[in-house]
Design a protein around this ligand. Structure first.
Ligand SMILES: Cc1ncc(C[n+]2csc(CCOP(=O)(O)OP(=O)(O)O)c2C)c(N)n1
Length: 572
């Protein structure tokens, strides 16, 4: 049993062990040396990363895929500030992460200590809560608190800010200090919506002839996909999803109508003609609403969310259901027992017809033999080759939009991970590392732009060291593609500024870093490359795909923001 005199840093390691902490991602410094010594002595898994942002991205993806708390650490100053971007991702997406951050020795703080800055002030708005540890004796209590805050209500990131002197100080701990009451779970506790609100929502759904579920990432955070599938099937309600909500229902399920929002196949059309929307675990942000042009005004909305203040943020709702997604959907199904599909058979036939027609119309693009490789063909090959248990981690550029639109999950659950909370580029590679550690045995594939990969390329070295058998698909358009495509859409052909990248062979880069990889120039090479990658088990494998360089062909559809620019604003 853990007790006796030890440093605050060792106590930190002991408390994390007591919480069943999974792998950690970070980069050390003097302040947290006793913590590093503690995890070494205890044999806890820790991965040195090459940029703290990547460590927090990996922790975020680990949390999403494992359903446990992700853990990362950083040292004083630049280590701490490097975390900001990734912590905001977890904050906006509601992902439980605990970040341990070393801070200056309190006896010298404010005297121009090396690496010193007001990091607590910088980190505060990036996290759900920041807990400053002012005495070594409180380390176990505040670790418990960090886990509780990260996992309760709407989950999110919590920083434990630990001054150097607290980490290095000896303290006498009792065994009871490290006892964890309830084992940490995500979500910590489930809340049920109000009974009367459920009855009103049930009535709306019972009467609806063209209802539609809009599913967001909250479905995955709550582990609610089975409950959603049951509701959709028993009532005959189609399900549209955001990028974060992909897998709320399997894309191949008859009731899935795919992505809605900025890009959609048939979901936006159904949304326009719906007579009742059930918004579940979805914030209805800019991309989901096509810049607030959806849903159309007047359509009755039921919104189920664990954060009461998120309900009706901008679209007025008819019934708000405040509660956990899984609990709320199960309650709703129970309320509607026996209601069946009503007179929605014609609607469901129409949905099936629309789907069939859409996929027939685009088949040629999806099977395109053009070089450089068409984006639709690339995703088509992923659909053909990735097994049902695969996890696709998509980076913030085109990868998440094209895959969000066209990639088809074959089973319900988290098979697609995209950093849509903050939409930073650079998540794909470190996210794949976190996902791989969270899901032993499942193939993990990152899809990232060349720009996004350039940002975090050093993590190929990390992934190699970790022995992570991830596949990294580089959507290589030799450009900051989304930016170039928007410049093309808004200012016209040839008006590109700072959006070109040097054409680079990332398979060669991977090999130079001790990984493996192939370059794909022709679509026929995709199938063998993916087969090779998925059968490569000794470390990262890069499939560098030369995709279209034509900015007119880069977007998966019309970006609604470019449409907002009137022709008069465009230079001739
Ligand atoms: C950290 C960060 N900087 C800038 C952006 C704005 N941005 C969105 S997409 C994009 C282009 C990314 O290029 P690349 O990663 O090569 O992907 P592509 O769009 O070409 O698929 C940029 C710069 C962002 N999302 N995140």
């Amino acid at each position: 049993m853990t007790s006796g005199s030890m440093t605050g840093g060792r106590a930190l390691a002991e408390a994390l062990r007591a919480h069943g902490a999974g792998p950690m991602f970070g980069m050390g410094g003097f302040q947290l040396l006793p913590f590093y010594e503690g995890i070494r002595a205890l044999g806890l898994a820790h991965h040195l990363i090459n940029d703290e942002r990547s460590g927090a991205f990996a922790a975020d993806a680990y949390a999403r895929v494992s359903g446990r708390v992700g853990i990362c650490d950083a040292t004083l100053g630049p280590g701490a500030t490097n975390l900001v971007t990734a912590l905001v991702e977890s904050l906006n997406a509601g992902v439980p992460v605990v970040a341990l951050v070393g801070d200056a020795h309190r006896a010298y703080a404010g005297r121009n200590m090396t690496q010193e800055t007001r990091q607590v002030d910088i980190l505060r708005p990036a996290v759900k809560e920041i807990l400053r540890v002012e005495s070594p004796g409180r380390v176990p209590e505040l670790v418990r608190r960090a886990f509780a805050v990260a996992t309760s209500g709407r989950p999110g990131p919590v920083v434990l800010d630990i001054p150097e002197d607290v980490a290095h100080a000896e303290h006498d701990y009792a065994t009871a200090d490290f006892q964890v009451g309830e084992p940490p779970r995500v979500p910590y506790r489930r809340s049920h919506p109000d009974h009367d609100d459920l009855a009103r929502a049930g009535e709306l759904l019972r009467r609806a002839r063209r209802p539609l579920v809009l599913a967001g990432g909250g479905i995955h955070l709550s582990g609610a996909h089975a409950a959603l599938g049951e509701l959709a099937r028993s009532l005959g309600i189609p399900v549209a999803h955001t990028m974060s909500g992909k897998g709320a229902i399997a894309c191949e399920d008859d009731l899935s109508v795919g992505l809605f929002g900025r890009y959609s196949t048939i979901a936006n059309a159904l949304l326009e003609s719906a007579d009742c929307l059930l918004v579940a675990g979805c914030k209805l942000g800019e991309v989901a609403t096509k810049r607030y042009s959806l849903p159309p005004p007047g359509v009755p909305i039921i919104q189920l969310d664990v954060a009461a203040e998120e309900i009706g943020r901008w679209a007025p709702v008819t019934v708000g259901l405040w509660g956990d997604a899984r609990a709320g959907l199960t309650d709703l199904t129970a309320h509607l027992t026996g209601a069946g599909r009503g007179d929605r058979d014609g609607y469901l036939t129409e949905v099936a017809d629309r789907k069939r027609r859409w996929w027939d119309e685009v088949r040629e693009r999806h099977e395109s033999a053009e070089t450089p490789v068409a984006m639709a063909r690339l995703v088509h090959e992923l659909n053909r080759h990735l097994p049902p248990e695969a996890i696709l981690v998509a980076d913030g550029g085109f990868a998440s939009h094209w895959a969000g639109l066209l990639y088809r999950t074959k089973r319900a659950g988290r098979g697609f991970v995209a950093d849509r909370g903050f939409a930073s580029i650079g998540y794909g590679l470190p996210g794949a590392l976190g996902a791989w550690l969270a899901a032993p045995g499942r193939p993990v594939v990152a899809m990232t732009g060349d720009g996004g990969l350039n940002m975090t390329l050093g993590e190929l070295e990390t992934a190699r060291r970790a022995g992570a058998a991830i596949t990294v698909i580089v959507v290589n358009n030799a450009a900051s593609g989304y930016v170039k495509a928007l410049q093309h859409a808004v200012y016209g052909h040839g008006s590109y500024q700072s959006s070109d990248l040097s054409p680079t062979d990332y398979a060669a880069v991977a090999r130079a870093l001790g990984c493996d990889g192939v370059r794909v120039e022709h679509p026929d090479e995709l199938a063998p490359a993916l087969t090779k990658a998925l059968n490569h088990h000794s470390g990262p494998f890069v499939v560098d795909v030369a995709v279209t360089r034509d900015p007119a062909q880069m977007l998966p559809g019309v970006d609604s923001r470019a449409l907002h620019i009137t022709p008069g604003d465009r230079p001739a």
